[in-house]
Design a protein around this ligand. Structure first.
Ligand SMILES: [Zn+2]
Length: 245
């Protein structure tokens, strides 16, 4: 009897969380991220990822938020793949990065080289804001961590008076990572505790688009990725934190 009550409670919580995500998608998001009121200017944003499906698996809430606010979103993928992800993935950037980088566990990428490639892209596209992984890289994949270090190195070394800011997606712990939409409550609460405005919680404003985007990676749209996209909190919410330079 206790088990039945527990299962019903979990299902109810899951349903309430999904309702919250859908309600948020129907109203305009109240997040303060890049929101200066009516006069909000369009930003040129570069999302820096390691693999061609990262944008759909880990960055969908952020990308959907940015596009809903009409910011210009560019995606720089640092390794090869056979699909080009959501609309703004640039094949020439993929080719540029893939000449020098090979992805995979154990292949540590050169942070100086990453910083140099990212720097070139920010100058080419007048980027003023970068979004990438944090130093754990959500899944712990070494290349995700390398990408973070590349951005950090760029921010540390090459700014030279340029206006460029960088934000990272905070990795949820293993429990929060697999409780699906239920994690939105914790993410909202934790970001509200931050009074400095350096942390923002973004709910996914278009879940259907996230599934559709991931399905474009047909070679990788296998059962365990479908499981991940359904049960991972990364599908439903992202918390961004500004990278201190
Ligand atoms: Zn990856």
């Amino acid at each position: 009897m206790t088990w039945i009550a527990l299962i019903l409670a979990v299902l109810l919580l899951w349903f309430a969380s999904l309702c919250k995500v859908f309600l948020e998608s129907m109203s305009s998001s109240k997040s303060a991220f890049l929101n200066d009121g009516a006069s909000s200017r369009r930003r040129n944003v570069l999302v820096v990822i390691a693999h061609p499906d990262d944008e759909s698996m880990f960055f969908a809430p952020v990308i959907n938020y940015l596009t809903s606010r009409h910011h210009n979103v560019h995606i720089l993928c640092m390794s090869t793949g056979n699909a080009d992800g959501m609309g703004s993935v640039r094949k020439e950037e993929l080719q540029l990065a893939s000449v020098v980088l090979k992805d995979g566990f154990g292949n540590v990428w050169n942070w100086d080289l990453l910083a140099s490639i990212i720097n070139d892209e920010t100058r080419t596209h007048s980027i003023d804001l970068i979004i990438t992984f944090d130093n754990y890289g959500i899944s712990g994949h070494c290349n995700h961590c390398d990408v973070h270090q590349g951005v950090r190195k760029l921010m540390h070394d090459a700014l030279g008076g340029r206006h460029l800011e960088a934000w990272e997606i905070i990795s949820p712990n293993i429990v929060r990572k697999y409780i699906g939409p239920v994690d939105i409550w914790l993410s909202i609460m934790l970001s509200r505790l931050d009074k400095d405005g350096l942390s923002h919680c973004l709910l996914n404003l278009d879940l259907r688009k996230s599934y559709a985007a991931m399905a474009q990676h047909s070679s990788q749209w296998v059962w365990f990725r479908k499981f991940f996209v359904t049960f991972s909190s990364c599908t439903y919410v992202s918390t961004l934190k500004k990278i201190a330079v």
